[in-house]
Design a protein around this ligand. Structure first.
Ligand SMILES: O=C(O)CCC(=O)C(=O)O
Ligand SMILES: [Mn+2]
Length: 266
């Protein structure tokens, strides 16, 4: 697809508070697909029902403490997967750190995702213009990562009737929106039949969100991996499960963005 804004996709401002980081997640796209595959083994993709009773064309699942769900009763976040009755799979710290790092790069420091909605688009699937407004905490941005087949992102305005711009999204692109852009209407145009070496005919999207006002836990780095000095204080996502706490301590200071910059310059 021809880009509407072909120049300087590395950091493209869509609006005040909204930025496209072209290829930001490209160095870790395989890792992201592995995470998705793993998540879908315990929390399978499913086509949710809208409150109006329609089946969504995009298949969804979640990873993290909370997951976004939709049914006849409305849109909401739930700690349990309604399909299995079990908690959603735990968000790997490396995955959370990718989102934190993208948010920081876009000008939103200390983003701590509690939820990651994973969308799967087959050709013909689309997501109508909407606002992400089911989060209680609107102070934090949305971080949205694209994988696989190209899409046409619809970037609208503050009112549903504002005519949206079409922005090409490629594998590894990340869009971050917050502050004055946090409630901007957006969507995804009907996916055109096409193929990508990583995902075949599919497109995936990971949408990271902070949902509640839980305060991030402060931790102290205990092992100086990836350049963070021992003793430095850093924030971790709020309200971690026991398993997440263990992993967090084990993985201490891992920040994919650091690897990202290293692999991009190398
Ligand atoms: O797939 C995308 O790029 C956007 C997804 C989205 O807006 C959502 O899940 O709320
Ligand atoms: Mn959205």
């Amino acid at each position: 697809m021809r880009d509407l804004f072909p120049d300087d996709r590395e950091r493209l401002s869509l609006d005040p508070g909204a930025v496209l980081l072209g290829g930001f997640a490209l160095p870790v796209d395989r890792y992201l697909l592995e995470v998705i595959t793993h998540v879908a083994e315990t929390a399978p993709f499913r086509h949710l029902e809208t409150p109006g009773g329609r089946r969504m064309s995009v298949a969804m699942t979640n990873v993290g403490r909370l997951g976004w769900v939709s049914d006849r009763h409305g849109y909401r976040y739930s700690p349990l997967d309604p399909l299995t009755g079990r908690p959603w799979p735990t968000m790997p710290p490396d995955l959370a750190a990718l989102a934190t790092n993208a948010a920081a790069t876009a000008g939103f420091p200390n983003f701590a995702p509690e939820a990651c909605l994973i969308n799967r688009y087959a050709s013909g699937a689309k997501l109508s213009l909407h606002q992400d407004r089911d989060e209680r905490n609107l102070d934090q941005p949305i971080v949205s990562v694209s994988l696989g087949v190209d899409a046409r992102f619809l970037w609208g305005g503050q009112s549903r009737t504002d005519r949206p711009r079409r922005v090409a999204l490629h594998d590894g692109d990340v869009v971050v929106w917050g502050g004055p852009a946090r409630l901007t209407y957006h969507g995804v145009d009907t996916l055109i039949e096409s193929s990508h070496p990583l995902t075949g005919t599919l497109r995936y999207n990971l949408t990271f969100r902070t949902v509640t006002w839980a305060r991030p836990r402060r931790q102290i780095c205990i092992r100086a991996r990836h350049r963070r000095p021992v003793g430095e204080r850093f924030d971790t996502p709020p309200v971690l499960t026991g398993e997440e706490v263990k992993q967090d301590v084990r993985l201490d200071c891992t920040l994919p963005g650091m690897r990202h910059r290293e692999s991009r310059s190398g």
